[in-house]
Ligand binder design. Structure first.
Ligand code: CP
Length: 341
C-alpha cells in the first residue's frame, strides 16, 4: 500500500490486516514509553486545509510514536494566503524532504490529485463529502474491540448521510467486514442514489433502536441549515436525536458512537454522550493506533510485509538501519517544524 485514499481500495483482507497491525500498535501505545523506531528517518507532513482536532493531532501523535519526524502546515499562516496553489505548496514541501503527506481538504479528490503530483505516500485525512478512510478504520477497530468481529453486527448510521464522508467510508468498511448497515435519515439528508451500497434505509429511528449493536450518530452540519434540507434543528432533534429515552431502548451492550465533533443537544443529548456505552473517547484513542498502523503500512517495513506483533515492530531497525529499539529503553529523537509563514 503506497497511498491510502479511499476505503474503496481495500478488500476485506486488507481491512483485516490493518486492524491486526493496529492491535500491535495498541500494544506499543500501552507501553511505559509508547514509542517504536519503525519510521525513524522518515518525515510525515500534515497538510490540513480544513479545520481538525482529532485527525490532525492523532496523525501527529502516531508519527511521533513511530519515531518519524513531523512537519505541520498551518494554512492560516502560509503562502496559501498569498495565492499559492496546492501543487506549488506540495512541491515546495517535497523539496524540503518528505516521505508521507497527510491531507485534508474541503474538496473531494484533492488527496488523489496530490498523489499524482508527488512521489511521497499520500494519506487522505478527509476530502469534502467523499472519504475519511482512517475514521472508518478506527470505527471498525472500536466495534471489533468490543464484539470480536463485525460479522453479523447491525450498525445504524443516523443523520446527515448526504454530506458525510464519514458515512460513505463507514458504510463501505462496515459492510465489507460483514456488518449489516441501516441508514436512518430524512430523505433530504440521503445521497441522490444508494445504488452502490448494500444497506437498509428508514426514517424511523425508534423502530431500529432495539435491534442494533451500534447506534452511530453523525454530526448535524449546522452550516447546511441554509440549504433548508430540514425544517429546523429542533425538529431534527425531535425525530433523529438520541435523547435519554431513546438511549434507554438500545439493547444490552449496544454501543453509541460518534466521530466528533459532537453537537450536544442536537444529534446526541449531553448526558447520553457520558453513558458507559458511549465510546466516543475510545474511538479517539483507537484513532492514534490506527493511524500508526496506516503510516507503518505506507512507509515502513510493513509496506512490503507485515510484522505480526508489536515486538517485531519495536525491534525493527529504522529505515536508516539504526538500532533504536524501545525495548532498550532509549527514546528516539523526533523533531517537529512548522511549514508556513
Ligand atoms: N472525526 C474527525 O474527523 O474529527 P476532526 O474534524 O476533529 O479531525
Amino acid at each position: 500500500m503506497k497511498h491510502l485514499l479511499s476505503v474503496d481500495q481495500l478488500e476485506r483482507g486488507d481491512l483485516e490486516e490493518i486492524l491486526e497491525v493496529t492491535d500491535a500498535m495498541v500494544e506499543v501505545s500501552n507501553r511505559a514509553i509508547p514509542k517504536a523506531p519503525a519510521l525513524r528517518g522518515r518525515t510525515v507532513v500534515s497538510l490540513f486545509y480544513e479545520d481538525s482536532t482529532r485527525t490532525r493531532l492523532s496523525f501527529d501523535s502516531a508519527a511521533k510514536r513511530l519515531s518519524a519526524d513531523t512537519m505541520s502546515f498551518a494554512v492560516s499562516s502560509s503562502s496559501v494566503n498569498k495565492g499559492e496553489s496546492i501543487r506549488d505548496t506540495v512541491e515546495t514541501i517535497e523539496a524540503m524532504g518528505m516521505d508521507a503527506i497527510v491531507v485534508r481538504h474541503r474538496s473531494s479528490g484533492v488527496p488523489a490529485q496530490i498523489a499524482r503530483w508527488t512521489d511521497a505516500s499520500v494519506v487522505n485525512a478527509g476530502d469534502g463529502w467523499h472519504q475519511h478512510p482512517t475514521q472508518a478504520l478506527l470505527d471498525a477497530y472500536t466495534i471489533r474491540s468490543r464484539f470480536g468481529s463485525l460479522d453479523g453486527r447491525v450498525v445504524a448510521i443516523v443523520g446527515d448521510i448526504r454530506h458525510s464522508r464519514v458515512a460513505r467510508s463507514n458504510i463501505e468498511a462496515f459492510t465489507r467486514l460483514g456488518a449489516k448497515v441501516v441508514l436512518v435519515a430524512p430523505p433530504t439528508l440521503l445521497p441522490a442514489t444508494l445504488a452502490p451500497w448494500d444497506v437498509e434505509v428508514t426514517e424511523d429511528l425508534d423502530s431500529v433502536l432495539g435491534h442494533v449493536d451500534v447506534c452511530y450518530l453523525l454530526r448535524m452540519q449546522r452550516e447546511r441549515m441554509n440549504e433548508a434540507l430540514i425544517p429546523s434543528l429542533r425538529e431534527y432533534t425531535a425525530r433523529f436525536g438520541l435523547d435519554a429515552a431513546r438511549a434507554d431502548r438500545l439493547g444490552d451492550g449496544a454501543l453509541i458512537m460518534h466521530p466528533g465533533p459532537m453537537n450536544r443537544g442536537v444529534e446526541i443529548a449531553g448526558d447520553v454522550a457520558e453513558r458507559p456505552n458511549a465510546v466516543v473517547t475510545e474511538q479517539v484513542a483507537n484513532g492514534v493506533a490506527v493511524r500508526m498502523a496506516v503510516l507503518f503500512l505506507v512507509l515502513g517495513p510493513g509496506r512490503h510485509a507485515l510484522p505480526p506483533t508489536a515486538t517485531a515492530i519495536a525491534s525493527e531497525p529504522g529505515p536508516q538501519g539504526h538500532d533504536a529499539s524501545v525495548a532498550g529503553g532509549r527514546e528516539t529523537d523526533t523533531h517537529e517544524s512548522e511549514v508556513g509563514a
